[in-house]
Structures are given as C-alpha cells and as structure tokens.
Ligand binder design. Structure first.
Ligand SMILES: [Fe+2]
Length: 296
C-alpha cells in the first residue's frame, strides 16, 4: 500500500511540476542570431531534399548583406513576452549592429475575428521602429484570415502577396523582399511567389513553412523566413503534438519544426515564435525573436 502511495505521490508531483514549468516557459525569450548563406547548389528536381544546418555559422567573417530582426506568431492573448521587451531587443540589436528592417511573420491573435490586443502590441513595435528609422514589414498567418485590414491596424508595411526592393548593405546589390499571405487551414490555397524570379536574390516571408513545398519549382526563393509550428510548442515524446494537432502539415513529419535548413536549395529559417496557440503553455520550446543575417 505504501509503495503505491509513494508512486502516486511522485507521479502527481511530476505532473504538477511539469504543468508549472509549462506556464513559466512562455515568459522566457531566446534572442538568437541566425546566419543564412546562399545555397551553392539549387536542385531543380521534384524530389524533396532537406539538410539541417547550424543556426549560426561562425566561419563567415564579413558583414552580412541584410540584417533583419524577425519575430512571428504573437498570439497576443497567450503571449508572455511584452511589446516593451521586443522594443528593447530591437533597440539593443540595432545599436550593436544596424538593422535593415524588422519583420513580423504572422498570427496576430488567437481569436480569428478580434485582433485588438495584437494590434496594440504591434503598434508599439511599429512606433519603436519608427523612432529608430527602421522599416517594419509584416504578413498575416492562418489565425488572421478574418481580421479586417490587419496591416493598417498593426502599423506594419503589408508584405502579403507583394514585394519590395532592398539593397545589400555591403555591395548595394538589389535584394527582393517578398511575402505571401496564409489562406487558413480550411479551403487551403498555397500562394506563389508574387514575382517572376530574375537574377536578384529573393527573400520570401511565408507564415507556414510548408508553403515552400507548393511553390513552382523554377520559382523558388533563395531564402525564406517562417513561423507557424511554434517549434512544437509542447514537445511530448513521440512527437505527439504534431501527430495530434498538426496532421495536415508536411514538414513536421520530416522533423522540420524549428531552426535553419536547406530545403530544395532554399535557405530556410523557422522561428519558434513568441506566443502560444490553443493553450498558454510551452514545453521545451522557448519563445524566440531573432536577428537574421543574410549573405548572398
Ligand atoms: Fe501560430
């Protein structure tokens, strides 16, 4: 009887501590530096090729062509990171090495019809970018499909299904920054690159990394920044969270949920994002806002 009692007490304590940790983890913030170099070989076949790469390549010893502050998946109702902390991170990053732009990767709020809390948050980030003289771009995610004019309400420059030209900070060479919107899970439509790819390097912002697998093979970008998977959000054994909640997503089935990859010749960064979807919990998937340095 005593042994059963001890086992049950230990089990209850373990579950309680895990739950407590799940509530605390969303308050931490990883401020990673990511390096993305152009792929030396761009396969044109239909076969899916994926290579995991280190997030920070310390062997590159020159200035990057672009330096971007990237954050995604705000989910404002369940976000433990304040706008003040993001503004502070942007300011600190910009003062230590100048940023070319700040980009938001979609999912403003959990409530698909109401974005007020997320709008207020992003407006503060927008004001902070304005003070620093940095452009603030954004796209929408699968949670934002019913929001009315979210870019205007959030104060970011709308990159949904459009593109803009940036210049390399080292050579002045043109780099195209493009974005695609997310259609949501019901009646899914994958958007194509909003321009015909020429000789200029292209950086695509797509909320769902799976979007890359649905692009025309002769029109893939050189780089892609994404979010959506939340790094798994709650990493249970046997990838349960993906088996139960993300049955339609393809890349998690290949163990691609966060970090840097070469996928079919495109250098991809997938952020764990800031907030939480469904429940305000995270387990072994700390929120993340990153400085992404791009080398063409
Ligand atoms: Fe999300």
């Amino acid at each position: 009887m005593n042994t059963v009692y001890i086992i049950l007490t230990v089990l209850a304590a373990f579950i309680l501590l895990t739950l407590l940790w799940c509530l605390i983890e969303p308050l931490f913030l990883d401020k990673d530096k990511i390096t993305l170099g152009i792929s030396p070989d761009v396969p044109s076949s239909d076969e899916l090729t994926i290579r995991k790469l280190p997030i920070n390549n310390k062997n590159i010893n020159r200035d990057p062509d672009l330096r971007i502050f990237f954050f995604s998946d705000l989910h404002a109702e369940f976000c433990g990171i304040s706008s003040k902390r993001i503004c502070k991170s942007v300011t600190k990053a910009h003062l230590s090495a100048p940023l070319d732009c700040v980009i938001f990767g979609g999912d403003i709020s959990n409530n698909q019809n109401k974005g007020d809390k997320g709008y207020r948050y992003l407006k503060k980030v927008s004001a902070c970018c304005k003070d620093l003289g940095i452009p603030f771009y954004g796209i929408t995610g699968n949670h934002d499909i019913y929001l009315k004019d979210p870019s205007n309400a959030s104060g970011f420059i709308d990159l949904n299904n459009t593109f803009t030209d940036l210049a390399s900070r080292t050579t002045g060479r043109k780099i195209v920054l493009a974005g695609v919107s997310d259609s949501g899970r019901l009646n899914r439509v994958w958007k194509q690159l909003p321009l015909k790819r020429g000789k200029d390097p292209v950086v695509l912002i797509a909320h769902n990394p799976d979007n890359l697998l649905h692009l025309d093979k002769d029109n893939r970008p050189d780089f892609m920044l994404s979010g959506h998977f939340h790094g798994g959000q709650m990493k249970f054994p046997f990838r349960l969270e993906h088996r139960l909640l993300r049955t339609k997503d393809l890349l998690p089935k290949k163990d691609v949920v966060q970090g840097v990859f070469d996928i079919n010749g495109t250098r991809v960064f997938i952020s764990r994002g800031l907030g939480c979807g469904v429940l305000p919990f995270r387990l072994f998937s700390v929120p993340e806002a990153s400085v992404v340095e791009i080398y063409i």
